[in-house]
Design a protein around this ligand. Structure first.
Ligand SMILES: *Cc1c(COP(=O)(O)O)cnc(C)c1O
Length: 466
């Protein structure tokens, strides 16, 4: 499979290079040159397969042409999903007649990002080993996403990871999910400053090109194609459980950077009969407003009780735009340049109609989110987290056809956001058994001053030598 940039002028790459590249050199995002397609019979053959087997069938066409052969891919997927906490890996739960939830929180950090990052960490190691290279990942987190990156990189031979968080400004469960990972290549740094300071420090390192080359500086950002590719698998998995390809299914996805729901769109392109996508937002509703009016308008970031969806701009949306504009890279350059300059992007009626063919958007503020958590709990006995419930409630509000199963993606375990869940439902969600001693585990974390030179010195000294 070859990959092209949404902005049309970066080199065409094979999978291994796309994996390591992240962002394309022209500022665009990589997408497959053509969509692989499964016939109805091929989709039927997924019935009865395990999650890892479905993932293998779905991912295989995307990695061809590189060093990840069938055996390597199979080993990576078997190993990854054997480490999850539920034999179904992504179990479906029924809330009502055609109202379903797919639980994507049975990985090591209790959030859906594990489903891709656990694979991507292993893919990095595989490709780096083949090339005799090492990388050093440096990233900043406000608490909610750092642990998935750390868990993905722990014990990887050719990767060292340094994650910065603002000291004292991360919740205890989030801090402990990061700092209780005790591994030679994992470094948690508690920065004397804010989350913005952490991000500025990381930027300073990336802007120092000599340093960047010296240590093989890299990121595990949400625009990496390999993450999308892994997420496509659970759309096929869920669809097949509920009758596809003989029957259509719909999905409702709590969204931030648009990576998760875009993977669903990819599944549609690959032949899964999907009726509808509902894009759920919190008060950071740039996506919901877009699907309402066809205008993308930038706004400030508002902190909410669903912090993993607190975004200003949904970076992966550019991949959908690329298809809406018939894969015209020059048109995307114009649109994005205008958007960066004015904070506004307006689509023609034709493109907007095309976007609305399958997509609806819906927004819940914090009060509505709490009310929805209580409602689900009272009616079904299920405790759901503030992100997942936005999927559930948005799916109900926008359902176009109640004869089609609506599958809401539960993106985090309730115990990951215990205070919000308790406040909404009156019930404190317990951690799953294998994390139940999280509050007793030893922590490994080092203080770091808000100083780029000090950070560089620290990274140089503590990363493992080649
Ligand atoms: C990252 C995240 C999201 C948003 O997913 P996108 O792919 O950025 O749209 C939603 N819920 C949770 C719990 C997350 O961690």
């Amino acid at each position: 499979m070859r990959y092209i940039s949404t902005r049309g002028s970066a080199p065409v790459l094979q999978f291994d290079d796309v994996l390591l590249a992240g962002l394309a050199r022209d500022g665009g995002l990589y997408v497959p040159e053509t969509w692989p397609h499964f016939t109805a019979d091929e989709i039927k053959s997924f019935r009865g397969m395990s999650y890892a087997e479905v993932a293998f069938a779905v991912i295989k066409p995307f990695v061809t042409g590189g060093t990840v052969d069938d055996d390597a891919l199979k080993t990576i997927l078997d190993e990854t999903y054997a480490g999850f906490n539920h034999t179904a890996v992504a179990p479906l739960k029924q809330l009502d007649g055609n109202d379903w939830v797919m639980e994507l929180f049975h990985g090591p950090t209790l959030a859906f990002k594990d489903y891709a990052l656990q694979v991507v960490g292993r893919l990095f190691d595989h490709v780096l080993a083949k090339r005799g290279q090492r990388i050093t990942i440096v990233g900043a987190t406000s608490g909610d996403t750092g642990s998935a990156a750390i868990e993905a990189c722990r014990d990887r031979e050719n990767v060292d990871i340094f994650i910065l968080h603002p000291a004292g400004r991360v919740s205890e469960v989030q801090r402990r999910q990061m700092t209780t990972v005790i591994a030679d290549n994992v470094h948690n740094l508690a920065v004397d400053g804010s989350f913005d300071d952490c991000q500025d420090l990381v930027k300073a390192l990336f802007n120092d090109h000599a340093f960047r080359d010296e240590i093989g500086l890299s990121a595990v950002n949400s625009i990496n194609w390999a993450r999308i590719m892994c997420q496509i698998a659970y759309y096929f998995w869920a669809g097949v459980q509920l009758g596809a390809p003989d029957r259509e299914v719909s999905f409702s996805v709590p969204s931030g950077n648009f990576g998760n729901v875009y993977a669903g769109y990819a599944a549609l392109q690959m032949g899964l009969p999907i009726k509808q996508f509902v894009v759920g937002s919190n008060s950071n509703d740039i996506l919901a407003r877009f699907f309402d009016k066809g205008v993308m308008k930038m706004d400030g970031v508002h902190p909410t009780i669903s912090p993993s969806m607190d975004i200003q701009v949904s970076s992966n949306f550019e991949r959908l735009l690329f298809d809406l504009y018939d894969r015209d890279g020059a048109a995307i350059v114009d649109l994005m340049t205008e958007f960066r300059k004015t904070g506004l992007m307006e689509m023609s009626q034709g493109q907007f109609a095309k976007a609305r063919e399958h997509f609806d958007g819906y927004r819940l503020d914090d009060a509505q989110t709490r009310a929805a958590i209580l409602d689900v709990y009272q009616k079904t006995g299920e405790l759901v987290d503030p992100h997942s419930v936005i999927g559930i409630a948005a799916g109900r509000a926008c359902n176009r056809d109640r004869s089609v199963p609506m599958i809401a993606l539960a993106t985090a375990h309730p115990a990951k956001f215990p205070d919000a869940v308790k406040q909404a439902s009156g019930v404190y969600p317990d951690l799953p058994e294998r994390l139940s001693d999280l509050y007793e585990r030893p922590e490994k974390v080092e203080p770091m001053s808000n100083d780029a030179d000090a950070l560089m010195a620290h990274v140089r000294k503590n990363r493992r030598a080649a």
